[in-house]
Design a binder for this molecule. Structure first.
Ligand code: PMP
Length: 415
């Protein structure tokens, strides 16, 4: 057993799932170790984020150098820090949008809420103040701050919380015609933005049909709706392109990100805004009149870590690597579909997949068994899906090994 009774203070730590007493102590590459030295292959890359793998001294060195030089200084009004300016430049240059501007946050939920504010502010600024409604897709997840909780496609996060954003509408995740009908039924007048994950992550790794996004983007253009891509999971190489929108040939008006931008080494996220959409937020003196600021926005040390992380992604060709490995991933996971406990294997672009197991209880038993065998397999969706989103550095052999371990655990649970 890999419990840590004497050291356990889990009762005080709210996010801890009571069932689990696993304390992750160390990481290197695609593996992490618990405090008892038990090694597991990190199949979800922690919470989808550890793109470059664990134990990258280069990121630690960059963060440490920044901590020693200037740990932090607010990036507010007339002041900025060098890592913030550099990271903003790198991201804006790479973004799939014209003359992008970027607002750096401390994570994805911050970025979601700012995106919703920006969308509404934009329509107010161009004198279309009735455009207020935010449309999202069923089963989508957009973080847990106020707006994110309001617009998520997973009802469970709204339970017991009253009076959230009233102007939030959900459409099916796989039927663009539902969005078309909404716009035709007067929606044009009041829809401000369509917010979507290019591939739904936490909701269970759900892909849209091939023609879905092209049609949504077209409808957004025809009806003056801002297209907002939530790339918190899918960005930074996960789908085999730097930005997930690129994989679908999309040019979002607003693109928000987190996780992979720093591989989670320090909390970082942000919102990229196309120049056209950002324009109303600058006055004639080039002063930003956004009326939005966060103490830790563009945090200097987090930005230094982000820059070091992006340098690794580029130097090691991890974006192309994720694309190359997508066929390997599909070929090692697909055979699992023949297993009596597996309902479906969801594969698609890049290193992102889901293995749908009979039910949540079964998935939990598979996950527990896999842990003992040396594989960390996390449950998502309604608890019935095992998340596959390894570090982009994973080797084909390690992908095959992960699939073998999953198969063995499925067999154990069936026996
Ligand atoms: N959007 C998506 C698509 C996410 O997956 C997440 C986090 N899993 C968020 C937003 C929220 O990000 P954070 O947890 O960093 O606030």
């Amino acid at each position: 057993m890999t419990t840590n009774e004497p050291l356990w203070h889990g009762q005080a730590h709210m996010p801890t799932v009571a069932r689990s007493r696993r304390v992750i102590a160390r990481g290197d590459g695609v593996h992490v170790w618990d405090e008892d030295g038990h090694r597991v292959l990190d199949l979800p890359a922690s919470l989808w984020y550890c793109a470059v793998g664990h134990g990258r001294g280069e990121i630690a060195d960059a963060a440490s150098a920044q901590l020693r030089t200037l740990a932090a200084y607010s990036n507010f009004q007339s002041y900025a820090t060098r890592p913030a300016l550099e990271l903003a430049g790198v991201l804006a240059d790479a973004a799939p949008m014209e003359q992008a501007k970027v607002f750096l946050t401390s994570g994805g939920s911050d970025a979601v809420d700012l995106s919703v504010k920006l969308a509404r502010r934009y329509w107010s600024a161009v004198e279309r103040p009735r455009k207020r409604t935010i449309v999202t897709r069923e089963r989508s997840y957009h973080g847990l701050h106020g707006f994110g909780t309001s617009i998520s496609g997973l009802d469970v996060y709204r339970e017991g919380i009253d009076r959230l954003l009233p102007d939030a509408v959900r459409v099916p995740y796989d039927d663009w015609r539902a969005f078309e009908r909404l716009l035709a039924d007067g929606g044009s007048e009041h829809v401000a933005a369509f917010v979507c994950e290019p591939v739904i992550g936490s909701g269970g790794v759900l892909h849209a049909p091939d023609d879905y996004f092209a049609n949504v983007r077209r409808l957004c253009d025809e009806h003056d709706v801002l297209f907002v891509a939530d790339e918190v999971i899918a960005g930074f190489g996960r789908l085999g392109t730097l930005f997930a929108s690129e994989r679908f040939g999309l040019r979002p008006d607003i693109l928000l990100f987190a996780k992979g931008v720093s591989s989670g080494y320090l909390p970082l996220g942000g919102v990229l805004v196309a120049g056209r959409v950002a324009a109303p937020f600058w006055d004639e003196d080039s002063t930003l009149v956004l009326r939005h600021g966060l103490t830790y926005q563009a945090h200097a040390t987090a930005c230094a870590a982000g820059l070091a992380n992006l340098a690794i992604i580029e130097r090691e060709g991890l974006v192309a690597r994720a694309r190359e490995l997508e066929t390997t991933l599909a070929s090692v996971l697909r055979p699992l579909e023949r297993h009596p406990l597996v309902e479906q294997v969801r594969v698609g672009e890049g290193l992102l997949a889901g293995v749908v197991v009979r039910d949540a209880a079964t998935a939990g038993r598979v996950s527990d068994d896999a842990w003992e065998r040396g594989l960390l397999a996390r449950q998502i969706g309604d608890g019935d899906v095992l998340q596959v989103s390894p570090p982009l550095t994973i080797s084909p052999e390690q992908l095959a090994e992960a699939a073998e371990l999953l198969a063995a655990s499925l067999d154990d649970v069936l026996a």
